[in-house]
Design a protein around this ligand. Structure first.
Ligand code: MN
Length: 697
């Protein structure tokens, strides 16, 4: 008994130290940016992941009790609910809660790691692995302070499940049955896509049972209770089934019914469509890469977001290894360590789905690497403890453990120190959005590229057309068209798309707004409809106000934004790439200004020199702000026959070289030049980082 207590004490101390270590390492970012006022809002640092604003919007709406139909606010999501709960009971600001939730929740990872090691009677291994996994490269990146997203529990929860399954099989203790089932329920609530991982764990236990434990009734209890937690019924029903079956499983007199219960669990699993999410996921994976073409009607072709994201295809080995272990050498040794660990403790083969999911990163994208982190950390920690055990003296034993642990931790510490990610928005942008919140109604729309959708909804409580979860080709097309077309056309399409989007919440048609507009205005060719926007057309009646969100930093993604509408929707043909060049690294050399490798401005006549050839300049524009932050521009018309214009944004040290189409686009005219058509637009916010205009039609 005394021994056990000592072991428990040691377990608690290891968990506490590792947890504190994990939390402190996540404070480095805050320390580095403590004087960075642009990263702060309302006296607190802002978050650094776009998607976080989605959950924040949901939590805000839960707390205020205000949410509208069709506002896309995730008030039913686990992340938002848990956040609202913390913000409600804790004495900290909402801003602080979302900033620090990832720090504390992700650090819980150390608990299942130490507990797994305890089941394997090697606590030191757990301690070392916990220190390492909690700060390993990719795990850190996705759970650092301000990385407010589902990742903060996405590894913690399956690790608890792994611990309970290992404990269950090793000890056959009843408590592990209920822990495993409850963990599955929580994990699914937190992250509905968790299904495949749960299912693989289940499959492994099934195989294990059929091979080694066919006669052991406990294994069937474990399988049945896991299935009840996983079947395709709502949360409460599954919780009920889990609790009832757990009660039955703890009563010896009911043991004769276990096989019937197991069989009915399987039947219920298939009947309730338990397998269909896996099928849907497989289908989604196979088909999502295709460009989207509607099957019926005009068969319009849209540009898919996936086409702009660099194909995961080939990830260099070093990147992959760094993400999983912090260093290539650590990575290779960790794999050997895991194999050795699985050889010594067969039960660790149960961790294979997590390792497999981590390795899926090489085809499915780097975000998967975090799944392999804790398992490979256990692998190398096991090796370290084995080496230490073979040391001749006790002193050498501890010395080697400390030395090797520091060696594997160090590259990850270095990474943390150098990983200086900025916040999603800067304080000037948020000031603008706060102003918008005061002016706009909840039902109004703000038009912006999808990247800005969630933050806008959070700070201004308005609606958006596109966001981090709603950016299919047909949703992006009109937004891209508005931002990159002349003001009149953009204004008309804005009114149309907002009203059509609202109407579609009721009608739920399966094809795009653009297709419906084309038909409603009596065209059979979408190009003709888009062309008609250049002149007066009768617009649907106005049900709400519309704003345009135009941040300075959209300059960098303008060419990407343009891609989504720079195509013929009727046949999918891409149109000519626009000329759009930004230079922030220019330098003066004698009578020229060098903007890029092969592009210069001749100071004398302001003409361009590209690849050694002189190109006439249509306009040379200089914009600036005076001391009162008042905007000025000076436009020199140089050669009306020329195609390219130069804009020197002196306040930003930025040169732009643009063709006529880009120059005349809404974004350049309204954001860069503040040259708005008063018939259609009215400025609402105009600071150097952000311009917001209200649509007047
Ligand atoms: Mn709202």
């Amino acid at each position: 008994m005394n021994n056990l207590t000592k072991e428990t004490q040691k377990t608690l101390i290891y968990i506490l130290i590792a947890f504190t270590f994990s939390v402190l390492m996540r404070m480095i970012w805050l320390y580095q940016f403590q004087d960075m006022e642009a990263f702060k809002h309302a006296g607190q640092f802002m978050i650094n992941t776009n998607d976080g604003y989605y959950w924040a919007e949901g939590a805000r709406d839960i707390l205020s009790g205000i949410s509208q139909k069709n506002d896309l606010s995730p008030i039913n999501s686990a992340v938002s609910q848990l956040t609202a709960f913390f913000a409600f009971i804790l004495p900290f600001s909402f801003e602080s809660v979302i900033l620090f939730m990832p720090v504390f929740l992700s650090s819980l990872l150390v608990i299942p790691i130490v507990l797994i090691a305890r089941v394997l009677n090697n606590l030191e291994m757990g301690f070392i692995a916990a220190l390492l996994a909690s700060i390993t490269w990719s795990y850190y990146n996705r759970t650092m302070v301000g990385y407010y997203d589902t990742d903060m529990l996405n590894i913690v929860l399956p690790m608890f499940l792994l611990w309970s399954m290992i404990g269950a099989i090793q000890t056959n203790e009843k408590k592990y049955l209920i822990i495993a089932a409850l963990d599955i329920l929580i994990y699914r609530w937190w992250y509905p896509q968790s299904y495949s991982l749960e299912f693989s764990f289940f499959g492994l236990i099934l195989v294990y049972t059929l091979i080694f434990e066919r006669k052991n009734i406990y294994s069937y209890k474990l399988l049945a209770i896991m299935l009840f937690a996983m079947i395709g019924l709502d949360d409460l029903t599954r919780l009920g089934l889990v609790l009832v079956s757990f009660y039955i499983f703890t009563q010896k007199k009911y043991d004769k019914y276990v096989y019937y219960i197991f069989t009915s669990a399987i039947v219920l699993f298939f009947v309730s469509g338990g397998f269909s999410p896996i099928w849907a996921q497989l289908k989604g994976y196979i088909f999502s890469r295709e460009a989207i073409v509607a099957d019926e009607g005009l068969k319009l072709h849209f540009f898919a977001v996936i086409q702009t994201i660099r194909e995961a295809g080939h990830i260099p080995f070093e990147t992959f290894a760094n993400r999983i272990s912090g260093h290539s050498v650590t990575f290779v040794i960790s794999i050997l360590g895991y194999l050795f660990l699985a050889y010594r403790h067969r039960i660790m083969l149960l961790a294979l789905p997590m390792v497999g999911l981590g390795f899926l990163a090489s085809v499915g994208g780097l975000r998967f690497t975090i799944y392999a982190v804790p398992i490979l950390a256990l692998g190398i920690a096991f090796l370290i403890t084995q080496i230490a055990q073979n040391m001749p003296t006790k002193k050498l034993k501890y010395l080697s453990m400390v030395a090797f642990t520091l060696m594997v931790l160090y590259p990850n510490y270095q990474h943390i120190e150098s990983y200086k990610v900025p916040t999603v928005l800067n304080s000037n942008e948020v000031t603008g959005l706060s102003l918008l919140k005061e002016k706009a109604q909840r039902e109004d729309y703000t038009i912006a590229w999808w990247d800005y959708g969630y933050p806008i909804r959070y700070y201004s409580d308005v609606k958006t057309l596109a966001d981090g979860g709603k950016h299919a080709g047909d949703v992006n097309f009109p937004v891209s068209f508005m931002l990159t077309s002349p003001q009149e056309e953009a204004a008309r399409l804005a009114r149309l798309d907002v009203e059509y989007t609202e109407k579609n919440f009721e009608s739920n048609r399966s094809y795009s707004n653009i297709e419906q507009m084309t038909k409603d205005y009596g065209f059979s060719d979408t190009n003709d409809f888009l062309f008609s926007l250049q002149t007066y057309i009768e617009l649907p009646s106005k049900t709400r106000d519309i704003y345009f969100y135009l941040p300075y930093n959209m300059l960098n993604i303008y060419p990407t934004v343009r891609k989504f509408s720079n195509m013929n929707l009727m046949n999918g043909e891409k149109q000519k790439e626009p000329f759009y060049f930004i230079s922030r690294n220019f330098r003066e050399i004698k009578d020229k200004i060098q903007l890029g490798q092969n592009i210069f401005i001749n100071k004398k006549d302001l003409s361009l020199e590209m690849n050694g050839k002189r190109v006439a300049t249509r306009r040379f524009v200089k914009t600036s702000y005076n001391e009162d932050k008042k905007f000025y521009k000076d436009i020199k018309l140089l050669d009306f026959g020329a195609g390219l214009s130069i804009i020197y944004m002196s306040a930003y040290n930025t040169f732009l070289v643009l063709d006529e189409k880009s120059y005349n686009s809404l974004y350049i005219q309204l954001m860069v030049l503040e040259e708005y058509n008063k018939e259609f637009f009215e400025p609402v916010v105009a600071n150097p980082f952000l311009k917001i205009y209200k649509l007047k039609i």
